[in-house]
Ligand binder design. Structure first.
Ligand code: F6R
Length: 260
């Protein structure tokens, strides 16, 4: 795994935006895998700015979001549909018909999940998958014990994840129990995985995912098996990495052609 440690979230999100922007510039019909939550907020602000100021063009780009809450309609203010339109889609020129987000209201969840997988395949597969990590090591909403080769499906959130989302929902009891999420196998099929992590509360999950054993109990650890995964973390999220000094040295001494 390539590990890039930056002093803070702002600088880390600049690097992340350059990585995403490079994919879009090199491949105007790129397929992006997108995450929600607090982690990618600054990345999305940067992409909107790059679109406005540098003409970063999303007109040929397709996107697939990682997950959505079951039972929350797209128009609900706390749906991931609403989040994505507020944080990214309203500020860039990606055509509406190329935007894909799981439908939390679908009457037939297994059929909708199969269709989602098929749509990713038909689009040519995901070129770059943006990921955050849960305090329990989840990526997407693949909670600990998820199959390492799982596909898009319904999952039940752990109490820890529901507690972590309680502020947004105004109390843990209001956080849905169920979600539709891409599986770990779906994520692993992406050509590049870009994992972002910020803040002290992610330090343990980051250390376990990057330097611990590959285990379904830390779903993010499957990224160790990916041929091209990049972690961009701030110092706090990287604070429990045993080899942090080495990662910083490697990054500081990269030849120009390897820099983002
Ligand atoms: C969101 C997602 C989750 C989050 C993770 C971290 O689409 O798939 O894995 O990335 O729960 O959430 P934040 O960024 O809010 O700390």
């Amino acid at each position: 795994m390539e590990i890039i440690i930056q002093p803070d979230q702002l600088q880390a999100s600049e690097v992340a935006a350059r990585i995403v922007a490079r994919t879009v510039r090199e491949k105007p019909h790129a397929v992006l895998g997108l995450a929600t939550g607090n982690t990618p907020l600054q990345l999305y602000r940067n992409l909107v700015r790059m679109h406005r100021e540098e003409g970063l063009d999303f007109s040929g780009v397709t996107s697939f979001n990682l997950d959505e809450y079951v039972g929350i309609p797209p128009a609900h203010p706390l749906s991931y549909h609403s989040y994505m339109w507020a944080q990214l889609f309203s500020g860039i020129n990606m055509p509406k018909e190329r935007i894909n987000i799981p439908d939390g209201m679908t009457p037939d969840i297994p059929a909708a999940c199969r269709k989602y997988e098929q749509a990713i395949r038909s689009a040519g597969g995901i070129d770059i998958q943006v990921l955050g990590i849960g305090t329990n090591g989840h990526i997407g909403f693949n909670e600990p014990s998820s199959s390492l080769s799982s596909r898009t499906r319904i999952k039940t959130l752990t109490e820890q994840t529901r507690a972590d989302s309680s502020a947004v929902f105004g109390g843990a009891e209001s956080v849905p129990h169920h979600v539709i999420t891409m599986g770990l196998g779906t994520i692993m099929d992406s050509r590049l995985c870009l994992l972002l992590a910020f803040g002290r509360k992610k330090a343990r999950a980051v250390a376990q995912a990057v330097e611990g054993p590959i285990t379904a109990m830390v779903p993010g650890s499957i990224l160790q098996m990916h041929p091209r995964s990049i972690l961009v973390a701030d110092r706090e999220a990287a604070s429990e990495l045993k080899m942090a000094d080495y990662y910083v040295w490697v990054n500081d001494h990269k030849p120009d052609w390897q820099k983002y």
